[in-house]
Design a protein around this ligand. Structure first.
Ligand code: GLU
Length: 481
């Protein structure tokens, strides 16, 4: 490890919402910074004006904050080495473009997209790797002038020499690429906007990035970038390429596999610490055998070398399993707060619900919630005019409602004091009917909650109170007869 303070960056292109694969890249960078006491920088790579949008940038920033991955430098935060949007750095790139031009390391290329596609197609037909063959490298000044006059605007291409490009990847070890296979690449497009590879190198250098941590799909870009580091006489950072997140079929995780963005999981009621915990252990990033870990433990145990080796298969069931654990661990106040939007979404007016009542309901329900959105499946149990009896519950009541009848008699006779009348009542019903276990509880559950599974009856009774339970038992008895 370098002796100075590490500086890492997450550099999203805002072309969509934050994908969990990219969130994992951000997380690895963030954990690396936290583990080694370094800085985490956010840089927005917005040079592809057709595909990027400020709406996505905003959404990515919000999701990073939601995941508590605050950046030390970047948009909103500022910093000494900004600006942190590539489109605001065009003047900065100019200087280096001129340097490469005057050193003869780049040349103008006038080929149109159609010409380039025809060239690629012809290489493919000869079973060769499609790449740029260097046609415009050989243009004479006269030919260039003529092309300029015909109105063509050139892109700038970097002349790639033969020979191999080697680097040591922190996760994958020695890597080697052949210059021949790369072909002269574009550093500035014909619209004068720098390409990703060029802008990233200039930025990583000027922003003093010490470690570039990104997905292995960028390996071939790294070979290109190393050529630029050399040409510009910059010292390259340490590179680390982690494996990608895969779907169950072992192909790169994409929309076909279901939810893939942080936003989707968030709106389905996954908690931020659960997603963070899940993404950290995905692919064995944290010590083996440790499944639920606090952020502090994750930061302490983090090892980049271990984090990114094997392909990580995204398993939504495991994420949900972790989420349920986090819901159970959540403080009731906090959980209630988190549930409010989901209660609204399920069609309830939270303004009509008192905080005290909501706390009780949340306390009763929390063990049944796998996601926050699940609250919508159970809330009707606690609200008289929403309560209804499911077909399954109906079938149970039709089969045997003895316990329900006796419970009704018992309850009607009693002057219920305050809380905790449940155990006393159940004891009497058991004594009078001789029913036990499922035969006793299932019909009662069916009658009182309208369904065959759900929160603990004791808690439901305490929340509903006598009047409501009596009315429900009466309705259940009508079904039973
Ligand atoms: N903008 C690039 C991307 O989103 C960043 C790659 C890198 O980290 O250099 O894939």
């Amino acid at each position: 490890m370098t002796s100075h303070r590490p500086r890492v960056r997450f550099a999203p292109s805002p072309t969509g919402d934050l994908h969990v694969g990219n969130a994992r890249t951000a997380l690895f960078n963030w954990l690396f910074a936290k583990h080694y006491g370094g800085d985490f920088i956010l840089r927005i790579e917005d040079t592809d004006q057709e595909r990027t949008s400020p709406v996505f940038e905003k959404s990515i920033r919000e999701d990073l904050k939601w995941l508590s991955m605050e950046w030390d430098e970047g948009p909103e935060k500022g910093g000494m080495l900004g600006p942190y949007h590539q489109l605001k750095r065009l003047d900065i790139y100019d200087k280096y473009i001129r340097e490469l031009l005057s050193a003869g390391k780049v040349y103008p290329c006038y080929c149109t997209e159609e010409e380039l596609e025809a060239e690629r197609a012809s290489l493919r037909s000869m079973r060769m790797t499609p790449r740029y063959t260097g046609k415009c490298r050989k243009l004479t000044d006269k030919e260039r002038e003529a092309l300029e006059e015909s109105g063509r605007r050139p892109a700038l291409r970097f002349s790639v020499d033969k020979g191999s490009i080697e680097f040591n990847d922190l996760i994958r070890g020695e890597m080697k690429f052949e210059g021949d296979a790369i072909g002269d690449f574009i550093i500035v497009r014909s619209n004068r906007i720098p390409s990703y590879n060029f802008a990233a190198v200039v930025d990583d250098h000027l922003m003093e990035i010490t470690h570039v941590i990104r997905g292995e799909d960028h390996l071939s870009n790294t070979a290109i970038q190393i050529l630029l580091y050399k040409a510009l006489d910059f010292e390259p950072p340490v590179f680390a390429h982690h494996s990608l997140v895969l779907g169950k079929d072992r192909t790169k995780l994409s929309k076909r596999h279901g939810s893939v963005t942080v936003r989707e999981f968030r709106s389905r009621g996954i908690l931020s610490p659960a997603l963070l915990n899940y993404l950290s252990l995905l692919g064995g990033s944290v010590g083996e055998g440790k499944e639920v870990a606090s952020m502090e433990e994750i930061i302490n145990m983090f090892s980049l070398e271990r984090a990114g080796k094997s392909g990580a298969i995204f398993d939504e069931d495991k994420l949900k399993w972790l989420n349920a654990i986090y819901i159970r661990r959540c403080d009731v106040d906090e959980l209630t707060e988190l549930l409010l939007p989901f209660i609204g979404e399920a069609g309830y007016d939270v303004d009509l619900m008192s905080r005290g009542w909501l706390h009780q309901v949340v306390e009763a329900l929390r063990d049944n919630l796998v996601t926050l959105a699940d609250v919508g499946l159970y809330l009707d149990i606690f609200i008289d005019d929403r309560y209804s009896i499911s077909d399954e519950a109906r079938a149970i009541l039709i089969e045997d409602a003895a316990a329900v009848k006796v419970l009704h008699e018992e309850l009607a006779q009693r002057n219920i004091p305050e809380q905790d009348f449940y155990h006393d009542l159940i004891r009497s019903v058991r004594r009078k009917t001789g029913l036990k276990a499922k035969n006793l509880f299932l019909p009662i559950r069916a009658a009182v909650t309208g369904r065959t599974s759900g929160p603990e009856l004791e808690k439901v009774f305490a929340i509903l109170g006598k009047e409501s339970i009596v009315r429900r038992l009466e309705r259940a008895m009508q079904i039973a007869t």
